[in-house]
Unconditional design. Structure first.
Length: 200
């Protein structure tokens, strides 16, 4: 990793859903978020070229996704993906965006060994104080129109980000919502998607 960049702390959230409105699921649904707090080596100086932090984001993305896959029980279990970032008030927002677009997403895909992950990885970002909570969208890794997997999870990391830091987040799930019921006869599902264009 480039010497000017560093990770201050990491964290993970594991959310396992076993029942929903009194109904027991056929199998638990596990959602995982892995997080890393990185420094902003540029301080308050304007940085026209953001390629360096973009490239570093790819390294962090691959690390976080690999860690998340381990926590969820293996890459082959991953159905849904999401990503996010929160920066402190002293970080120029384009630096945050560069840190988790697009190389961060490519790093996530590299960690998903054996999976094509054709769909866009839906993302969100915010500027916030330490402990700021963010809702991360989760969508199917191969086809965005798989409605069963339209989901989200709330994440925060205690003591992060500080004013001059960026919190990078990768989210994974091994299923969609409990008991999804918004499909039509032509809507793709996790077992019927075509995976041709990242949509269906």
């Amino acid at each position: 990793m480039p010497e000017k960049f560093s990770i201050r702390k990491k964290g993970a959230i594991i959310d396992v859903i076993e029942t929903h409105f009194g109904k027991k699921l056929d199998r638990p649904i596990t959602r995982v978020a892995t997080m890393a707090v990185i420094n902003n080596p540029y301080g308050d100086e304007w940085q026209e070229d953001v390629s360096e932090i973009d490239k570093y984001g790819g390294i962090v993305g691959e690390m976080l996704a690999g860690w998340g896959a381990q926590l969820i029980g293996g890459v082959e279990r991953v159905q849904s993906l999401g990503k996010a970032a929160i920066c402190g008030e002293n970080v120029e927002t384009e630096l945050m965006v560069a840190a988790f677009h697009p190389e961060f997403g490519q790093g996530i895909r590299r960690a998903m060994k054996g999976l094509t992950c054709k769909a866009m990885i839906i993302a969100t970002h915010a500027v916030g104080p330490m402990g700021h909570m963010l809702t991360i969208p989760l969508y199917h890794r191969e086809a965005l129109r798989v409605r069963d997997n339209f989901d989200a999870m709330e994440v925060r990391l205690e003591g992060a980000p500080k004013a001059d830091e960026i919190l990078l987040i990768c989210a994974l799930a091994d299923g969609g919502r409990p008991f999804p019921r918004i499909n039509t006869p032509t809507t793709p599902t996790h077992t019927t998607f075509k995976g041709q264009d990242g949509l269906i």
